[in-house]
Design a protein around this ligand. Structure first.
Ligand SMILES: Cc1cc2nc3c(=O)[nH]c(=O)nc-3n(C[C@H](O)[C@H](O)[C@H](O)COP(=O)(O)OP(=O)(O)OC[C@H]3O[C@@H](n4cnc5c(N)ncnc54)[C@H](O)[C@@H]3O)c2cc1C
Length: 380
């Protein structure tokens, strides 16, 4: 009988975090296996909006990427509080891109050059003789959890999955529009529309990517999420913005904002990246950039460790995360002392001013233009 296959690093999860780390480590000469419960291309509940920082960090060749895939350039936004006045912003350059996650994640995973174990759910994680053994099939001195919010490695490192964590819950639908639906849709591809909930606990969006339409809503308070989503769809339909027939059902998913997450990111010969570590930006919920950047910070640490992942050898990763994303688990609720009615009135007034919508909501909250590109230690 043959034993488990040996490799240098096992990465659980082939989303943007896992594939980015695999790409960097494979280029540095490590034997990396990525294991994912799904077979790619697979879908992921997501609006599919990526900022230019992601394109830079991944050194994406946009001309190569757009061949046969959706790459929607974004140059403007429409911002409002639901039922409130709207502000339109316009930008001189392309400020973001719309991608389809089934295409984007597949492209990155194939490009990584790692050995892939698709369609394999990680059920069993054992620590034996200073190495990790996964599902009795793979063995390595280093295990990386990149399995998203419900990552089994995060659970193994002590995360209370589905328990006490304060999550953002979101629902989304994405579908190709037929000719009749395209004619009934007044959403412009280069102009995503954002609608803040009146209690400021979340926001909804409608985003057209080529002939695909993506509609969704996410909230920090997940009570009656489906009702919020249904009301939003009705709101858009009543204004003749989207087709009256939406095929497919809304799909839900949860994730952690960095300021709310308290997950331990390091274990014995193990670390977490991306949503498994709970890194999404507060305000926008953007998680792809933190997933990619945490993977690059992990790659620096892993390559510096030079194959010895004993006590203290991975600590630099936690420090780098903190330097990049700030302190964690200090998640005070927004405006705790302000009565909801006043919060709504102030929010509506601010969101209705061009300066606030452009400089704060778009530039700061959604584009993170104040964050410089990530400087990694080792360029592979
Ligand atoms: C509705 C919604 C909209 C969003 N919109 C945006 C957006 O527009 N832009 C943005 O930047 N972020 C957005 N996000 C956040 C973003 O989707 C995540 O932050 C991002 O996908 C994190 O990437 P990841 O690689 O860490 O995890 P994931 O992309 O979740 O990948 C994890 C992988 O692990 C695999 N896996 C899980 N469990 C196991 C297991 N037991 N065994 C094997 N494999 C396993 C999964 O199959 C999956 O392929 C959105 C999130 C939601 C819910």
């Amino acid at each position: 009988m043959t034993g488990p296959r040996d490799c240098d690093v096992i990465i659980v999860g082939g989303g943007p975090a896992g594939s980015t780390l695999a790409w960097r480590l494979v280029r540095a000469g490590l034997d990396v296996v990525v294991i994912d419960k799904k077979t790619f291309p697979r879908d992921k509940v997501c609006a599919g909006w990526v900022t230019p920082a992601v394109v830079d960090a991944l050194a994406l060749d946009l001309d190569a990427y757009r061949r046969g895939r959706v790459l929607q350039e974004i140059r403007a936004f429409r911002i409002s509080m639901l039922e409130g006045p709207e502000v339109r912003t316009r930008h001189d350059a392309v400020v973001s891109y719309g991608i389809r996650r089934c295409e984007f994640d597949h492209y990155l995973l194939e490009r990584s050059g790692a050995a892939l174990e698709p369609g394999e759910t990680v059920r069993d994680l054992e620590r034996k003789g200073g190495r990790w053994v996964v599902n009795d099939r793979l063995r390595a001195p280093l295990l990386v959890g990149a399995g998203g919010h419900f990552c089994p490695v995060a659970r193994r490192l002590g995360a209370d999955l589905g328990g006490s964590e304060r999550v953002v819950a979101a629902q989304e639908v994405e579908f190709p529009m037929d000719e009749r639906q395209r004619a009934a849709c007044t959403i412009r591809g280069d102009t995503p529309e954002l609608f803040f909930c009146r209690d400021l606990q979340g926001y909804a969006w409608v985003f057209r990517k080529g002939d695909f339409l993506n509609i969704g809503l996410g909230r920090e308070d997940n009570h009656r999420l489906a009702e919020h989503v249904a009301a939003f769809v009705e709101f858009l339909q009543a204004r003749g913005r989207i087709p009256v027939d939406l095929p497919g059902r809304f799909k839900g998913h949860a994730y952690l904002l960095h300021t709310h997450a308290g997950r331990e990111v390091l274990g014995e010969g193990a670390l977490l990246i991306g949503d498994a570590a709970g890194l999404a930006y507060p305000r926008s919920g953007e998680g792809i950039r933190p997933a990619v950047e945490s993977a690059l910070l992990a790659a620096d640490t892993i390559l510096e460790a030079g194959g010895d992942y004993g006590p203290g050898r991975l600590d630099a990763y936690a420090r780098r995360l903190q330097e990049r994303f700030g302190r964690r688990a200090d998640g005070r609720p927004a405006n705790p002392l302000m009565p909801p009615g006043i919060r709504t009135r102030i929010g509506e007034r601010l969101l209705g001013t061009h300066w606030f919508a452009r400089r704060v909501v778009v530039d700061r909250w959604f584009l993170h233009q104040h964050e410089p590109p990530l400087a990694t230690v080792r360029e592979a």
